[in-house]
Design a protein around this ligand. Sequence first.
Ligand code: ADP
Ligand code: MG
Length: 238
Amino acid sequence: ELDVTEYQKSLAIRVSGFDVPRPIKIFEDSGFSLQLMSAITKQGYEKPTPIQCQALPIVLSGRDIIGIAKTGSGKTAAFVLPMIVHIMDQPELEKEEGPIGVICAPTRELAHQIYLESKKFAKSHGIRVCAVYGGMSKLDQFKELKAGCEIVVATPGRLIDMLKIKALTMLRATYLVLDEADRMFDLGFEPQIRSVVGQVRPDRQTLLFSATMPRKIEKLAREILTDPVRVTVGEVGM
Ligand code: ADP
Ligand code: MG
């Protein structure tokens, strides 16, 4: 245990919550499939970043997480890689429809980056990713969603529009990511976030990532996450 504490300290990782899974040192410690490992290598990722070292084992164990680390620290892969594992673990994948993984991000640009990153890891597993944000006509978006997907990357407003017109159902959604939660709050998306969360089954796994953690987001996190592990890397503003 002492060396775990030392290792966390060396990576500037702080954790709180009960039974926190120990951080990994190399991607191989995650038990990823060969396919996923080769996709990681193809990305040029040699070893996990500090947030990935601690977040990957937490999320892979099925726990909810509050992940706080600055921009550029590799938070996307910290939720995308376990999402691929989560999706591949679903029994009878074909039985229902609608996304299994739902990712909300504050802007079209950020959502698009996550969309591209998700596709890189989803492709080799036959997992379909749908982008749900402005820039595409609502009719085209509707058609694309109707064609089916396992992952949706969305801005909250457009996702709610698509839910309203029943372009997708959340029946299968069990893995919900709120990325850049601080920016979503700053942009006034709290009601939309609450609406989306309210439409995803309560037995979901919920992940919240942010570069800063102001009080109001901490409060929201406590409301919508279940026994989360909180991970902070480096010095983070409030
Ligand atoms: P954040 O969401 O924390 O701002 P990103 O997930 O966008 O950070 O990652 C920032 C950059 O680091 C991206 O270009 C990404 O491809 C790269 N990256 C992520 N994880 C690793 C890794 N383990 N090794 C090398 N580069 C990585
Ligand atoms: Mg990010």
